[in-house]
Design a protein around this ligand. Structure first.
Ligand code: SAM
Ligand code: DTB
Ligand code: SF4
Length: 362
């Protein structure tokens, strides 16, 4: 059952969300136990591989160049540094690594080649690799898939109706297209949203309806509580009530029984009791490590203590899908071949001999 057939209309979904809290949690917990091991929670770590300087105007985001936040722009990380951080995440129990770039879209340039190498390297470490790089076309999705990408994260964030109040530099339709491109390439889809941006309950439900309308809903649905960052248009938003987060997680769990619901940004403001309610309501993943992309997150040690107290077990990688095989990337291989050819010609010239026009290297 990919989508719960018992809820169809917007009103039915709003009633589901608004029912007495403990009834809602009990219903969600019951479904959760039918499809998942309730003790298993995946630890997933984030790396901001390219930080800040983004041309988009997402009202919640500290990485948008136009807002004056404390985030400094950095160029793309090296593959070696990413592998180093991935090793640390794995040693602390993370089975998934999500690499985020503050890009509007993927461009076919050297930076994307480097991301392909990062995907190959982390997949070869037996971690589920997820990327969130902005919009991408079908060919780019296929390249990522062949490199060994397990999942692509691209959030709808909110309802189609509220979207324009949050972002003006791209359309809801653009987001749907990228999700579709990932899906067509055979990549597992991770897509969810943010609550606490001033939206109404109808908008939270509207977002979930967008996922219900997909031929295949996302395998992974992150639910973020807004981290209100100074300098962004949403800096003054008052923190979301923990009950709202629990309701959103429970409603998502009931509507998409097989998907992984991720308790995502906003955990530093949540007590362990509130997080326990989120796990009871069907969340089975957290972002682990002291940083999300640019904002703080509970430290590994705090989470280890929470896992101990609540009797949770970190989930193994590839429990929900086969490990992809990393294949050599055609574009990178071709570039290497041309570079080797050039080097050979340079070498010949250095020796003082004649320079052959074309040398083929097998
Ligand atoms: N640039 C790419 C994009 O927008 O798709 C990838 C990186 S972007 C930071 C990934 C997601 O992080 C956003 O879609 C949004 O849902 C979430 N996010 C960003 N800033 C946030 C904040 N302040 N609070 C909660 N979630 C946030
Ligand atoms: C998602 O839904 N949440 C993560 C991940 N996908 C990429 C990002 C949260 C970012 C929170 C703000 C920050 O740290 O910059
Ligand atoms: Fe850029 Fe992504 Fe932040 Fe929007 S959410 S400003 S696209 S980094």
């Amino acid at each position: 059952m990919k989508i719960n057939p018992n809820y169809k209309t917007k009103q039915e979904l709003i009633d589901l969300y608004n029912q007495p809290l403990l009834e809602l949690v009990f219903q969600a917990a019951t479904i959760h136990r039918q499809y998942h091991n309730p003790r298993e929670v995946q630890m997933s770590s984030l790396i901001s591989i390219k930080t800040g300087g983004c041309p988009e105007d997402c009202g919640y985001c500290p990485q948008a160049a136009r807002y004056h936040t404390d985030v400094d722009a950095h160029k793309l990380m090296t593959v070696e540094d990413v592998v180093e951080q991935a090793k640390n995440a794995k040693a602390n129990g993370s089975s998934r690594l999500c690499m985020g770039a503050a890009w509007r879209e993927v461009r076919d340039n050297r930076d994307f080649d480097t991301v392909i190498e990062m995907v190959q390297a982390v997949n070869n470490m037996d971690m589920e690799v997820c990327c969130t790089l902005g919009m991408m076309n079908e060919d780019q999705a296929v390249r990522l898939k062949n490199a060994g990408l397990f999942a692509y994260n691209h959030n709808l964030d909110t309802s189609p109706e509220y979207y324009g109040d949050v972002i003006s530099t791209r359309e809801y339709e653009d987001r749907l297209k990228t999700i579709d491109n990932a899906r067509k390439a055979g990549i597992s889809v991770c897509s969810g949203g943010i609550i606490g941006m001033g939206e109404a309950v109808e908008d939270r439900i509207g977002m979930l309806m967008s996922y219900m309308n997909m031929e295949t809903p996302p395998e992974s649905i992150p639910i973020n509580a807004l981290v209100a960052v100074e300098g962004t248009p949403m800096e003054q938003q008052k923190p979301i009530e923990q009950w709202e987060l629990i309701r959103m997680i429970a409603t998502t769990r009931i509507l998409f029984p097989q998907s992984i619901v991720r308790l995502s940004a906003g955990r530093t403001k949540l007590s362990m009791e509130a997080q326990a309610m989120c796990f009871m309501a069907g969340a089975s993943s957290v972002f682990a490590g002291d940083k999300l992309l640019t904002t703080p997150n509970p430290e590994f040690n705090e989470d280890k203590e929470m896992f101990n107290i609540l009797g949770l077990i970190p989930k193994e990688p590839f429990a929900d899908g086969e490990k992809p095989v990393s294949q050599p990337d055609q574009i990178i291989e071709e570039k290497k071949r041309k570079e080797a050819e050039k080097e050979l010609r340079r070498e010949e010239a250095r020796k003082g001999g004649f320079t052959p026009r074309k040398v083929t290297v097998s």
